[in-house]
Write a protein that binds this ligand. Structure first.
Ligand code: HEC
Ligand code: HEC
Length: 215
């Protein structure tokens, strides 16, 4: 009886210890496998302290030359920051900004902007936007320009994580990027260099004006 009871005691203690060790090992394995969650509060702190001068506190409308970041896919934003830092996307201002960030900082600030809702914008020139809509939806068949909608989605929201949101973006910024792709200044996407290579200045302005008002 005594023997039986002490055996049962040892056995159950052993089992409990095993169960505890097992669950903490499982938790450690889970933590190692799952990527660390981005820290939105840290992302906001970076945005307010460093980025706000040009991108506004929450990545919304700043000057038309500075892109709207709110509502953009976080993976796309992180890709841009890594490529600014590496000089693959050539911009002296953003190279400086991105160089000061670790990859964790980039993920945090990108997640912060992505957590904000993109606000609708508007097109400025009706006739120009109509030409832009034609190109956006149907491409230009005779010059093999693909429809932008195919990758950036019909409403311009993009397709996470590869294809960025274009809807509501400043037209000046979007047009400048298309010119930069075309001229080889922005060389971080062979796809977009190929698309922009076939567009003339008027078509670039048209499609940028159209996407500014798309939602
Ligand atoms: C002094 C102004 C300025 C500051 C400060 C600044 N940016 Fe920028 N940012 C720009 C400009 C201008 C561009 C467009 C660059 C280009 O033409 O390629 C840009 C582009 C970007 C892009 C690319 C967006 C896209 O749609 O491709 C990201 C991401 C970005 N900035 C994030 C940041 C972050 C994060 C910070 C703060 C750590 C920051 N920026 C601080 C001016 C600024
Ligand atoms: C085959 C897919 C594809 C098609 C078609 C396409 N794009 Fe893109 N576009 C991309 C990808 C991918 C990127 C992101 C490049 C990067 O990672 O830097 C991009 C980026 C852009 C950007 C830069 C966004 C920013 O925030 O800096 C603009 C502007 C743009 N595309 C406009 C257009 C327009 C206008 C058309 C149609 C004439 C078009 N795209 C057609 C794939 C495509």
């Amino acid at each position: 009886m005594t023997f039986k009871r002490s055996f049962a005691f040892v056995f159950s203690c052993g089992l409990a210890a095993f169960a505890v060790a097992g669950s903490s090992a499982a938790r450690a394995a889970e933590a190692a496998a799952a990527p660390a969650r981005p820290d939105l509060a840290k992302g906001e702190a970076t945005s307010v302290a460093v980025c706000a001068a040009c991108h506004a506190n929450d990545g919304s409308r700043g000057s038309p030359a500075n892109p709207i970041l709110q509502g953009q896919h976080p993976e796309y934003l992180v890709k841009q920051l890594i490529e600014f830092k590496a000089g693959k996307r050539d911009n002296p201002i953003m190279r400086g900004m991105a160089s000061a960030l670790s990859e964790t900082d980039m993920k945090n600030v990108a997640a912060f902007y992505a957590s904000k809702q993109a606000k609708p914008g508007f097109a400025k020139d009706k006739a120009l936007a109509a030409l832009g809509e034609k190109i956006y939806r149907g491409g230009i068949a005779e010059r093999n320009v693909p429809a932008c909608a195919g990758c950036h989605s019909p409403n311009g929201a993009g397709i996470p994580s590869q294809y960025p949101r274009l809807s509501g973006q400043h037209a000046d910024y979007a047009a400048a990027q298309l010119v930069a792709f075309r001229g080889g200044l922005r060389k971080n996407s062979a796809t977009m260099t190929g698309v922009a290579a076939k567009l003339n200045d008027r078509e670039i302005k048209a499609v940028a004006d159209y996407t500014a008002g798309l939602h």
